[in-house]
Ligand binder design. Structure first.
Ligand code: N01
Length: 544
């Protein structure tokens, strides 16, 4: 990490903001608008060159949300009443269009500094202020810093010898060229089968000369059931939006639906099948967090859905060996304990001559040379390599900033062996700093815009409370984060989530400690807990 020593922008440095927000996605922009309305002086720094949050970075071919557009937007200020989504699941361009629309209504970008990567933040006890330095030499003082860098801000690159020697185009999906990359007629290698890999493969398969996918773990992907929407469709969806928005707060994952109150284990095989078929027809995440409530808790119940899913996949893939690799008889892990992707024609493209699946466990990429990738079976020549290898999720974006708290303690040191937070919002030793969508919050288990608004509201309310009390310093206690960490760990231990090495618990990052990084108690429990904190007078915080 470069240490930025001297300010080059004295004008900005002279001002002390009430709040500097790092990250201009849903969460950061919501803070900007809410806090500005309440008379706080606020600015947002974002490392991207334009609006879109994570969808500014994720612009690989086929990049699209796995949440329906009508829930991938703000309820805030009636913004939803006018914007039409052109697809049920918007692609990255559709999300950017939505952000532009929001900006046209709320005039946000006048307070956003783009191309500004927050490299370092230093706490000064005497003035009770943070000074934040950008990688290009800007500095900004602020009484409070909100880190809203998102759960997928730090791409995870595989460590493959020779990667830098490749003569073609090699990009991580989250650092894809903004001008796009024409795949037609090209030989493409994709590494990774998360949501990003699934989307690149199904898109590239349409016109690439050859697509080779390296799979380490099959993705138990669910049907997306994408469709185009016209104005009348949008009007019909809008009619129900007030109730749908209200449901988000009551539902486990912050969507407009929740688990069914029934158990798969108690249903007959015929009843289960009828339920699975009914949900299958409509696709999407209700298949994951909207069916029987015991599916993610009881392994036998879970297996009934896995077997159903496997049957559906095998019916679509002609070559039995490929079908078995994609959907093995023995589940790689219980269904749904790794976030399933939503696919359009992912399983069908393996029937095409130009698409090939390689089991990375048997035939890993040993090396990359200027001409392609090398496995034990020789060189696979290619023009494009897509590294769909994911992120240092939840904590990576925060730890990419050299944050120095009380007595110069660095967050990288504090969190070297484990992350500790109070409710994913703050960490002891780092006063006047709050995290949104942070580690140990429901982030990975919560719809993004839902979290941006609900968690955003508690942060705004808390800052208002501190202002009313005349407090200029707040810090959560060691005790409170010990308790919260123990609670997050307890929910995780013994759960089915332990049975897949997923990014939910940081198990995907070699060399980093694995611990549960997402609160798995559900949205209602999380916000219920905060209601208690508030009712008791925010005792977990030392404020003065
Ligand atoms: O990343 P991932 P992602 N060598 O971590 C493999 C959201 N998102 O970018 O499973 C070889 O899920 C790794 O293998 P394994 C969404 O929430 C959403 O796809 O660990 N392979 C895995 O297959 C999603 O869940 C959207 O065995 C390596 C893959 O790479 C989250 O972001 C779109 C490897 C990584 O999958 C992350 O999705 C995009 C290595 N060294 C992202 N390292 C939508 O809304 C990793 N892998 C649709």
């Amino acid at each position: 990490m470069t240490t930025v020593e001297s300010p080059t922008d004295a004008r900005t440095a002279a001002n002390v903001l009430d709040v500097l927000v790092i990250g201009g996605g849903f969460s950061g922009l919501y803070q900007l608008d809410r806090l500005r309305d309440l008379g706080f002086s606020v600015k947002v720094w974002d490392s991207a060159a334009g609006l879109g949050g994570i969808w500014w970075w994720n612009c690989y071919p086929g990049a699209r949300t796995d949440t329906v557009g009508h829930l991938y937007q703000f309820a805030h200020k009636g913004l939803w009443k006018e914007f039409d989504f052109s697809e049920r699941y918007p692609d990255f361009a559709g999300v950017r269009e939505y952000f532009e629309y929001v900006d046209s209504k709320l005039d946000l970008t006048k307070d956003v500094e783009f191309n500004t990567f927050a490299a370092q933040a230093q706490w000064d006890e005497a003035s009770r202020e943070w000074t934040v330095y950008s990688s290009d030499g800007k500095q900004q003082k602020a009484r409070t810093v909100i880190v809203a860098t998102g759960f997928g801000a730090k791409p995870l690159y595989p460590n493959i010898p020779g990667m830098e020697t490749f003569a073609g185009e090699c990009h991580h999906t989250a650092r894809w060229p903004q001008d796009g990359l024409d795949m037609s007629g090209k030989r493409v290698v994709v590494i990774g089968t998360g949501a990003s890999g699934v989307q690149v493969v199904q898109e590239a398969a349409h016109d690439a000369a050859q697509v080779t996918l390296f799979q380490r773990t099959p993705n138990l992907a669910l049907p997306m059931r994408q469709r185009r929407l016209d104005h009348a469709d949008n009007d019909a969806i809008r009619a129900d939006m007030p109730e749908r928005f209200d449901t988000r707060y009551k539902a486990f994952a912050g969507f407009d639906f929740d688990f069914m109150p029934e158990e798969a284990a108690k249903a007959t095989a015929e009843e289960r099948r009828a339920t699975y078929e009914r949900f299958w027809a409509d696709g999407g995440f209700p298949l994951w967090v909207g069916m029987y409530y015991d599916l993610l808790a009881d392994e036998d119940a879970n297996r009934t859905f896995y077997d159903f899913w496997r049957e559906k996949v095998h019916a679509r893939v002609q070559d039995p060996a490929t079908a078995e690799l994609l959907a093995p008889a023995q589940p790689p892990h219980p269904f749904g304990v790794k976030r399933p992707a939503l696919e359009q024609d992912y399983f069908d493209v393996f029937n095409q001559d130009n698409v090939r699946l390689i089991d990375q466990n048997d035939e890993p990429v040993l090396e990359i040379t200027p001409r392609g990738v090398v496995t034990k079976n020789g060189l696979i020549e290619c023009d494009v390599i897509a590294l769909a290898t994911g992120f240092d999720n939840n904590r990576g974006g925060i730890m990419a900033i050299d944050i120095q708290g009380v007595d110069g303690q660095r967050i990288q040191d504090k969190w070297a062996s484990r992350v500790d937070t109070f409710m994913g919002l703050s960490t002891a030793g780092f006063p006047n700093m709050l995290f949104l969508y942070g580690p140990q919050s429901p982030s990975g288990f919560c719809n993004g815009p839902t979290s941006a608004e609900y968690q955003g509201d508690i942060v705004v309310e808390f800052l208002e409370h501190l202002r009313e009390q005349g407090h200029t310093r707040f810090e959560s206690s060691q005790e409170s984060e010990k308790e919260w960490t123990a609670h997050v760990d307890e929910l995780f231990e013994g759960s089915l989530f332990t049975k897949a090495r997923s990014w939910y618990w940081g198990a995907n990052v070699p060399g980093k400690p694995a611990q549960m990084l997402n609160y798995s108690g559900g949205v209602p429990a999380y916000f219920g807990k905060w209601d208690e904190v508030k009712a008791a007078g925010y005792r977990e915080y030392d404020a003065s």
